[in-house]
Design a binder for this molecule. Structure first.
Ligand SMILES: [Ca+2]
Length: 394
């Protein structure tokens, strides 16, 4: 049923029909996330006959591209073979690689799954479950281990279900970097994806995401709690319309609260940051910079030692320039003794199909080295290989 809903969406899009299929569940979420794409490759727009498999896979690839109107070119870093094998063929090869006699063929598993889009991975998982009567994720869990397993499982999971799980886990751990996870999930994805995450969350746990954030004992400061609840509950307008007058007024409100009154998570700040569209916020921050001679994120950056300022800055970055935040998380996970594999894996897996190309560019400019060379310096084996597969060439 889920598969059907996802497929109908893809087909509806392929045939130029406006798809009105509700997001039936986790598998459909990837497709729903991109349902706002209106222009499809010209080869599909005039077609009225059933699309071929190859057309479908091209559509799947297109569907998985970021849905933000501000990203005309795909910023995804993964590569998909052309033509791509059928989902059934992939499922069969995965089965062979996973259960063969002498331990799993990790390379084969990585070569297949690491080079498929979210929509294709969902098809493979459905084909695998139908054919072998077991979940692909369970199988990967039982045959793999360590950081390679974590990366492969996060990557194979449906993106909305994955983010729901990441958010759930983050609420059980203390520390700034776990609060980031919630902010990333709430602010660095499209509004439709966040809705899909909330749906997936409620399917997996006995509460809603917003209820769990509100009840989380780690967020003791009521301002922090309110801010996070508002962020995860949002469903922002995602069109292109921007109100310049509103931008001017709200830039002044931000300045008044944060600089004049020194109240970082003032009610007005929380309202603006948690409800306005990303385009509107871009305009507001641009207006702020013009009026004050300094960018809003710079003002917050100067107060980094203040936890509230750091949190607000993370939200501002995730909303308007996520590549800055994610470049920083990758860098922090690598510099110094040891590696924060959890953060490194999360960022690479979750951004590979969204904006990893941008993250890599930002990384080069900021740190004068590449993600690839830093990942090579800190990781090894198949864990290193899957990360580099997702990071793509550079
Ligand atoms: Ca290190």
């Amino acid at each position: 049923m889920r598969k059907l809903a996802a497929l109908m969406l893809i087909l509806g899009g392929a045939l130029g029909v406006s798809a009105r299929v509700p997001c039936a569940g986790a598998a459909a979420a990837a497709a729903c996330r991109s349902a706002s794409i209106t222009s499809l490759p010209s080869t599909f727009s005039s077609s009225t006959s059933s699309p071929t498999h190859q057309q479908l896979s091209q559509v799947a690839e297109y569907v998985a591209a970021p849905a933000e109107a501000s990203a005309p070119l795909s910023m995804a870093s993964i590569s998909v073979p052309d033509p791509v094998p059928s989902a059934t063929e992939d499922a069969e090869n995965i089965r062979k690689a996973a259960v063969q006699g002498w331990g799993p063929d990790k390379k084969a598993l990585m070569e297949i799954l690491g080079h498929r889009t979210a929509a294709q991975r969902a098809e493979i998982a459905a084909a695998y479950a139908g054919r072998y009567n077991e979940s692909l994720l369970d199988r990967l869990h039982s045959v793999l281990s360590g950081d390679f397993r974590s990366a492969m499982m996060l990557w194979t999971a449906d993106p909305a279900a994955r983010d729901a799980k990441l958010a759930h886990k983050a609420m059980k751990k203390k520390g700034e970097r776990y609060v980031w996870v919630l902010i990333e999930v709430a602010c660095a994805s499209t509004p439709d994806h966040l809705v899909a995450v909330r749906k997936a969350y409620r399917e997996s746990y006995p509460a809603s995401l917003e209820e769990d954030v509100a009840a989380c004992p780690l967020y003791k400061d009521p301002r922090v709690k309110q801010f996070l609840v508002r962020l995860v509950s949002s469903y922002r307008y995602s069109g292109d319309l921007v109100d310049d007058e509103l931008a001017r007024a709200e830039a002044a409100e931000l300045h008044d609260a944060v600089v004049a009154r020194k109240q970082l998570l003032h009610g007005q700040v929380v309202r603006i940051v948690s409800s306005r569209s990303k385009q509107q916020l871009q305009a507001t921050f641009e207006r702020y910079r013009q009026d004050r001679g300094k960018a809003f994120d710079e003002v917050l950056e100067e107060r980094r030692s203040d936890q509230l300022a750091a949190m607000l800055k993370t939200a501002v970055w995730c909303l308007t320039s996520p590549e800055k935040h994610f470049a920083e998380v990758i860098r922090r996970s690598i510099v110094g003794l040891g590696t924060d594999e959890e953060s490194l894996t999360r960022v690479i897996v979750s951004r590979a199909e969204i904006d990893m190309k941008k993250v890599k560019e930002e990384y080069k400019v900021r740190y004068r080295t590449t993600v690839t060379s830093d990942v090579n310096g800190d990781t090894s084996g198949y864990y290193n290989s899957i990360l580099l597969t997702l990071v793509g060439r550079e």
